[in-house]
Design a protein around this ligand. Structure first.
Ligand SMILES: [Zn+2]
Length: 199
């Protein structure tokens, strides 16, 4: 089985073409990094992986192996094949953005997943007028019984990965979340690189 790897640099985004039927793994190299993950139909960024539609489709707010993740037309886009991590991911939160960092007190520019998405798309010659809600792999935001949620560091181990199969030709975009004001990327608040392997 041939394997091609792409590094997602710390604090940055990366767009990767994935063929229909191809498998890819999102690998948490250091074990502490949240990866905001988007997918778009090849040639049509108005069709994208939708967390709202996927929550309806799987009747859950957490992904598990064998789940089908669907687009904004309720059509199959990704199948979850395997998850070697403890399975703690988020599919409720928006990506971090400059308005969020401003609200947190940043007066100067802060790297953010929203800008990373659009920069990665531009690098691939693509654009999207919107920022779809991402699948936040490895993000540990447990929802309490009262509906409130907490923001905790990932519980992932170094090298843990989630494997997906693309159900059609897609562009996957990942952002190694640059959030370093709160410990969602580990107690040391140090965003790291991660890896995507294609098979
Ligand atoms: Zn982020």
């Amino acid at each position: 089985m041939s394997r091609r790897e792409h590094t997602v640099p710390a604090r940055r985004g990366k767009a990767i073409e994935v063929a229909a039927g191809q498998e890819f793994r999102v690998i948490n190299t250091h074990g502490t990094q949240v990866l905001d993950t988007w997918a778009f139909a090849a040639g049509d960024t108005s069709t994208f992986l939708s967390m709202a539609h996927t929550r309806s489709y799987i009747s859950r707010i957490h992904i598990r192996p064998r789940d089908m993740l669907v687009d904004n037309h309720y059509q199959p886009m990704l199948t979850v094949l395997e998850d070697t991590s403890p399975g703690v991911h988020d599919m409720l939160m928006c990506s971090c953005s400059m308005p969020i960092y401003r609200r947190m007190g940043c007066t100067e520019y802060h790297d953010n997943c929203e800008d990373n998405l659009h920069a990665a798309l531009a690098e691939a010659g693509l654009s999207s007028p919107h920022t779809p809600a991402p699948l936040n792999l490895f993000m540990n935001y447990p929802v309490g019984a009262d509906g409130g949620f907490s923001r905790f560091p990932p519980v992932t181990r170094p090298g843990d990965y989630v494997a997906f199969r693309a159900e059609r030709e897609i562009i996957v975009v990942l952002s190694a979340c640059p959030q370093d004001l709160i410990p969602i990327n580990g107690e040391t608040r140090t965003p790291t690189d991660a890896l995507v392997a294609l098979f």
